[in-house]
Design a protein around this ligand. Structure first.
Ligand SMILES: *Cc1c(COP(=O)(O)O)cnc(C)c1O
Length: 384
């Protein structure tokens, strides 16, 4: 059988095949799980495969998911980490003392809190811009020299859309690297590297794995340069690495990414349209609605859908929002996102007292259930 040229295949096909051809020895269609922590040398005391010495640095278990991600993102290299946070931390830690980072004011709160603490302690400068205000990024970028622009789009939990190409042009003119947290967009809906970003980052806990049963992270680079090599070296030396079984589960989850993302996008758009003019809802935040301020950019930047994440602002305010979240039966009242099951979350309660998130906001991670069940569940929760 002649080899297929992978690059000629659509992302859905590449994913379904899992970055793996049938094993040459036994024909297995699924890659093996390789739990070995160490790798024996041959008669010349040489490594049999130069990549594998000790599993904190590299293991065959990581490669199916890494090669699928590199292929989808058009990346020269992709690497797994113990969590999205570990991947993000390695990227920030690859910067030097005195370097300046610019990031959105509303972004994934855990990483934001870590960045604030890390930058203060280790002498990096951190400045925030307002992704909902057109001139804020340019103003913040121009205020001082900078090393890195960190963006998240659509960003959590208002789903403001940042124009990656425009942000890259501004940041590159200032000599800065651009990192995109593309967790919510997934590699199917947006390809940040093709839009000029230098690094792309995912919490693989979310859509990539898709079954809420693995905590994992991933990062990929447009160019395998010295900065990227530093990120990879930090993974090995600090040891925030993914267990081999979790990596195996992740590659299994990724095989169905295209059908899961399509179903979640379709359901989210249907829910957003249903509640857009609802008496109990004061606003629906979803980039797929033409009323959303980021819709025009999203329509250009996102292909095949606007994602499975949306937020509802409840007309009755904080108490009504909390009560509705508690009354849902199909939507589970849990944090996280990107799983096959729908989740609902009162974001301000999760983030705590210093959260910039309004108290009337409910964040929905829309799963792949029948959309009529999801709508009926929200209707009963809001009407009580
Ligand atoms: C969950 C999440 C993270 C953090 O990833 P972990 O895997 O939980 O460490 C970062 N960014 C976004 C957008 C997320 O949703």
């Amino acid at each position: 059988m002649s080899q297929l040229d992978e690059s000629q295949l659509a992302p859905a096909t590449r994913l379904a095949h899992g970055g793996h051809s049938p094993d040459a020895n036994d024909g297995s269609v699924v890659p093996a799980w390789q739990p070995s922590a160490t790798f024996a040398r041959d008669d010349n005391y040489a490594l049999r495969d130069a990549r594998y010495n000790y599993a904190r640095y590299d293991t065959p278990s990581w490669h199916p998911a890494e090669s699928m991600l590199a292929s989808l993102e058009g990346a020269q290299d992709a690497r797994l980490f113990a969590s999205g946070t570990a991947a993000g931390a390695a990227i920030v830690q690859a910067l030097g003392r005195g370097d300046r980072i610019v990031a959105p004011r509303v972004m994934y709160h855990g990483l934001r809190a870590w960045m604030i603490e890390y930058c203060a302690q280790w002498g990096l400068q951190l400045d925030f811009f307002d992704a909902a205000e057109a001139s804020s990024l340019e103003r913040t970028l121009k205020a001082a020299p900078m090393a890195m622009l960190w963006i998240e789009t659509p960003n959590n939990p208002t789903w403001d859309v940042i124009d990656i190409e425009a942000a890259v042009a501004l940041a590159h003119a200032a000599g800065a690297r651009v990192v995109v947290d593309s967790t919510v967009a997934t590699p199917l809906l947006t390809q940040p590297l093709a839009l000029g970003a230098d690094l792309v980052f995912h919490s693989a806990t979310k859509y990539l794995n898709g079954h809420s049963d693995v905590v994992a992270g991933a990062a990929a680079c447009r160019e395998n340069d010295a900065f990227w090599q530093r990120v990879v070296a930090i993974r090995g030396s600090q040891g925030a690495v993914l267990g081999s079984f979790e990596a195996w589960l992740l590659q299994r989850g990724m095989r169905t990414l295209s059908v899961r993302v399509r179903a979640a996008c379709d359901n989210a758009l249907t829910i957003a349209r249903h509640f857009e003019h609802h008496e109990r809802i004061s606003a629906v935040l979803y980039p797929g609605l033409s009323s959303h301020p980021g819709h025009a950019v999203a329509a250009r930047q996102m292909r095949g859908g606007f994602g499975g994440m949306l937020s509802l602002r409840v007309a009755g305010g904080r108490e009504a929002a909390l009560a509705a979240a508690t009354r849902c039966r199909v939507f589970l009242p849990a944090t996280s996102l990107g799983g096959v099951e729908s989740l609902i979350e009162h974001r301000a309660s999760i983030e705590g007292p210093d959260s910039p998130i309004p108290g009337d906001l409910l964040r929905l991670s829309v799963g792949i259930e029948a959309v009529e069940d999801l709508i009926a569940d929200l209707e009963q929760a809001l009407s009580a």
